[in-house]
Design a protein around this ligand. Sequence first.
Ligand SMILES: CC(C)(COP(=O)(O)OP(=O)(O)OC[C@H]1O[C@@H](n2cnc3c(N)ncnc32)[C@H](O)[C@@H]1OP(=O)(O)O)[C@@H](O)C(=O)NCCC(=O)NCCS
Length: 142
Amino acid sequence: MEIRTLKIEDYDSLIALWESANLPYKPQGRDSKREMKRQIECDSDLMLGAFEDGNLIGVIFGTDDGRKGWINRLAVEPSHERKGLAKKLILAVEDALRARGRKIICTLIEDWNKGSLILFKKMDYVKHEDIFYLSKREDDDV
Ligand SMILES: CC(C)(COP(=O)(O)OP(=O)(O)OC[C@H]1O[C@@H](n2cnc3c(N)ncnc32)[C@H](O)[C@@H]1OP(=O)(O)O)[C@@H](O)C(=O)NCCC(=O)NCCS
């Protein structure tokens, strides 16, 4: 297994992985091929894939807002779950964010996603009971 930065040529495999992991994505918005190309050009060090025999089996995106690092879009191919792959991807993106000087790394987890909550807590992330997530969107597709 190899973890490397993603290329735009990995786009179709990326979509297939999110679909097989049942992770909703925004094909008309921030997960479109055009947007993905832009993100890879800006932040190639933070967009990581795990590959086995050339096949994409895990993915994670970091984002850096200049104050905090964020973890997004983590997914592992179902046939490779519970082998520690998500942990490896999280550690790899944490390293990349730390290399940019980020000292706080955060993630957003939907309340139904108990497995992810256990995973991040196990990796020393602290759940904030006193914070609400608010967002303002142009439309539902972005
Ligand atoms: C959540 C997900 C990324 C975990 O990937 P993974 O490679 O299986 O995770 P790991 O093997 O690194 O798990 C490490 C630990 O996290 C916990 N964990 C992971 N998935 C879990 C689950 N479904 N239920 C309970 N605990 C879980 C366990 O403590 C696990 O250790 P263990 O297997 O020794 O018990 C994967 O199941 C997935 O892609 N899910 C669908 C997409 C998704 O929800 N993405 C996250 C969005 S925030």
